[in-house]
Design a protein around this ligand. Structure first.
Ligand code: PGA
Length: 253
């Protein structure tokens, strides 16, 4: 499939790092560096820092988002944060289905699908993460697992709604391990994800969807990954925590 080249997307996933003052300092430092960047620069910050981050990023081209949210609209759900609350705090997108949420907090495909629909209903864009474990890859089941996740997580989503969703392929074995998928493996898998989208939602929808790669991305391997035709962007954990490494990834060229 011929992919029309569009601006790349770089998303920093801070996980459970950074206080409010650290967040503000980071954004102040990053803002002038990316002022003329042609790429889309996004930061998924902790809940507590969303408000301050959105405020600090107001005059910049950095988009602020969250890393998770509740599937419920409101109610007696102690400790949960709703989509409306994220919006209210200034988030423009939310990461859903991250493997750490699936594995450590037992989030299943059905829950992720409900969250996704709730996010879209509240005008939040979504970065949906999918990815296979090492065992699933070694058993040759990686494509089957990815297809199953994509279809189950996106059940009931229309072609129109797909425009507000980006998909991040994050092989579980590559997250935080220092082991990146080779550009060839990443490209082959991205191509497969695009084909899966194409067979469910049509070729035009598949061509339009941004597919991000995530898992031990750093300033050294970013260029080769982003150079692949089906890789539209990168989801970066550890290497997004310092402004200089994140910036080096964004300006890989
Ligand atoms: P990593 O994390 O870059 O630290 O491997 C990526 C992610 O979990 O999104």
């Amino acid at each position: 499939m011929d992919i029309a080249k569009r601006p790349h997307v770089f998303v920093g996933n801070w996980k459970m790092y950074k206080t409010i003052p650290e967040t503000i300092e980071y954004i102040k430092e990053l803002t002038p560096l990316v002022a003329s960047a042609l790429s889309n620069v996004c930061l998924a910050v902790p809940f507590t820092a969303i408000r301050a981050a959105a405020e600090a990023a107001k005059e910049s081209n950095i988009l602020i988002g969250a890393q998770n949210m509740s599937a419920e609209a409101e109610g007696a759900f102690t400790g949960e944060i709703s989509a409306a609350m994220l919006k209210d705090a200034g988030a423009q997108f939310v990461i859903l289905g991250h493997s750490e949420r699936r594995r450590l907090y037992c989030e299943d495909d059905n829950l992720i699908n409900r969250k996704l629909k709730m996010a879209l209903k509240n005008n939040l864009k979504v970065i949906l993460c999918v990815g296979e474990t090492l065992q699933q890859r070694e058993e040759g089941r990686d494509k089957e697992v990815l297809k199953q996740q994509l279809i189950a997580n996106l059940v009931g989503i229309t072609k129109e709604q797909l425009k507000d969703i980006k998909i991040a392929y994050e092989p579980v074995w590559a997250i935080g391990t220092g082991k990146t998928a080779t550009p060839e493996i990443a490209e082959e898998t991205h191509k497969f994800c695009r084909q899966t989208i194409s067979s469910e939602w049509g070729e035009e929808a598949a061509r339009g969807v941004d597919l991000l790669y995530g898992g031990s991305v750093n300033a050294e391997n970013a260029k080769a990954l982003i150079g692949q035709p089906d890789i539209d962007g990168l989801l970066i954990g550890g290497a997004s925590l310092a402004v200089d490494t994140f910036y080096r990834i964004i300006t890989y060229y």
